[in-house]
Design a protein around this ligand. Structure first.
Ligand code: FMN
Length: 191
């Protein structure tokens, strides 16, 4: 399996609207593949502009927020880039599309890094942040997973939250939990 960096991608539409979304960028040779599913705003924006900014952040609330309708995170301009970065980014890369593998479901944009920046120190790994990341991925796949698997995974991830979270990670996990509970209630009602 290739190495994947979980990031927050910023992209911009032809009329200048900035979009942010969590995306895993996939290592390939001397570049990175961005592979958004159809249909998505990220895909439409990359197709139109040929550019994306990868924000490397350890703020769990941004990953959880994007999955729960909280997308209004502060942005800041990057010199010589039409796309801004997240204010909270520890670092960023500007990606330029070099080639595209067309696909009806999930096209792959092969990109090279054309500029980078460092903004804040990385302050270490944390199990609760990792648990929020896993829970965010789980929430992005709720419709594809059986209820029992969802319940088991949440119960397991909550151990790291209970043992190692600060207030931000607790809040982030709670936002995701609300979405999981609503989904499970829907499944139950339809069963
Ligand atoms: C950590 C993480 C990684 C993700 N990676 C991908 C990805 O590689 N491709 C994708 O289509 N969606 C991915 N998602 C889900 C997208 O963030 C989500 O579907 C998003 O809303 C994209 O649609 P949009 O551009 O219309 O907002 C990921 C979600 C998380 C939490």
């Amino acid at each position: 399996m290739p190495y994947i960096r979980e990031s927050i991608l910023t992209t911009v539409s032809p009329d200048g609207e900035v979009h942010i979304a969590p995306l895993g960028i996939i290592q390939e040779g001397d570049g990175w593949v961005v592979a958004p599913f159809r249909p998505s705003t990220t895909l439409a924006n990359i197709e139109a502009s040929g550019l994306a900014v990868v924000n490397y952040t350890d703020e769990a609330k941004i990953f959880a927020g994007c999955l729960t309708g909280r997308k209004d995170w502060p942005l800041t301009p990057i010199e010589d880039s039409p796309i801004p970065r997240l204010e909270a980014a520890l670092s960023h890369d500007v990606l330029k599309v070099q080639s595209v593998s067309a696909d009806d479901l999930r096209p792959r944009f092969f990109c090279k890094v054309i500029a980078s920046g460092q903004h804040r120190p990385f302050t270490g790994m944390n199990r609760a942040k990792a648990a929020v990341l896993e829970a965010a991925i789980l929430v992005s796949r709720l419709k594809m997973l059986p209820a029992e698997k969802i319940e088991n995974e949440i119960a397991y991830l909550k151990i790291a939250i209970d043992k190692t979270a600060g207030p931000d990670e607790e809040q982030a996990f709670y936002w995701l939990l609300e979405k999981v509970i609503a989904h499970l209630a829907e499944v139950e009602a339809g069963a």
